[in-house]
Design a protein around this ligand. Sequence first.
Ligand code: GFB
Length: 310
Amino acid sequence: MSAQNARIFVAGHRGLAGSAIVRRLQAAGCANLILRTSAELDLRDQAAVERFFAETRPEIVVLAAAKVGGILANDSYPVDFLRDNLQIQTNVIDGSYRHGARKLLFLGSSCIYPKFAPQPMPESCLLTGPLEPTNEWYAVAKIAGIKLCQAYRRQYGFDAVALMPTNLYGPGDNFDLQTSHVLPALLRKFHEAKARGDREVVVWGTGTPRREFLHVDDLADACWYLLNNYQGYEPVNVGTGQDISIGELAALIGEIVGFQGELRFDTSKPDGTPRKLLDVTRLSSLGWQARIELRAGIAATYSWFTANAR
Ligand code: GFB
C-alpha cells in the first residue's frame, strides 16, 4: 500500500520538525494522519502509549517527538533530556512494532557523534570517541534510539529507520532566549535590539564554533523521500553539507534583520562542539539533497517570527 493511503502517526506534530513533517505529508496527499498533543497522550507514559497503539494501529510512524533544546537547556536539565527521550522513544518504537506498524522513521541528531569527530562526520564515526559534555545526555538517549531501531530490525525484521538531522531552524521554532538554539535566539536578540535602538547584541561563546543549519521544510522533504526510498539498517545523516561559524551567522542575521550595531561575544557561555558538519554522501547517493539556501531560509523564518512568535 502506498504511503499516501496509510494511517500515519506523527509523534510530536506540534514541534518544529513534526509540524513541518505534517505539512509535507499533507502536501503529498496523505489524508490519514493520526495526531495527538502531549496533553492528549503523554508519550513518556508506557501504559497510555500502549493503549493508544492498540486503539489506532498506525501503519507508519514518524517519531519526531523529543525533549529538545539549545546548549544551555541541554546542560541545565540532564535528567529531562536523558530520561524523557529514553521513555518516549522506547514506548513509541516498541508500541509501533507490537501493534503492526510496517515502517518507522526515528529522528536523531548530529550531536550523537564524538566531539572531535572527523569533519564532515560520516555515519561510521558513531561511537568512536567521547561526546560533547554539554549535550551528552541528549546524545546518549538518541544513540540508544538508533540502536533500538537497529535491534528491532535485527531481531524482528521491523523496518525502523534512523535519520540524523543537523541543527534545524524554521517556522514554529522555539524563540525563548534561555532554552532555544542559536539561530532562533539570535533572530529574537537582533529583532529586539533593533526595536530598542541598542548599540550591541550579545552572542554566547567565542563565535568560532561552526554549525550546519537545515531548514525544517528540507528535513520534512527528506523524511518523505526516505519514507518511500530507504529501508536500511544504517542511520542516514540529513544536512546541507555546508557550515558557517557562529560569528558569521550572527553577522548574517544582523544583516537580514537590519541591525546596525556591534556584536559582543560573552565568553563566559559555552561554545560546545567546535564543529558539527554532517557528511551527507549516503543521503546524496540515495538521491536527495537540500534546496533551501541559508539566507533565504533565515529571511523566511524572520518573517514568520515577526508575524507569529511574540
Ligand atoms: O544552537 P546551540 O544552542 O546548540 O548553540 P549546539 C550553538 C552555538 O551557538 C554554541 C552559540 O557555540 C553557542 O554558544 N550561541 C551564541 C548561542 N549565541 C547563542 C544564543 O543566544 N543562544 C544559543 N542557544 N546559542 C545543540 C545541542 O548543540 O544542538 C542539542 O545542545 C542538539 O543536543 C542541537 O543536538 C541540534 O549546536 O551547540
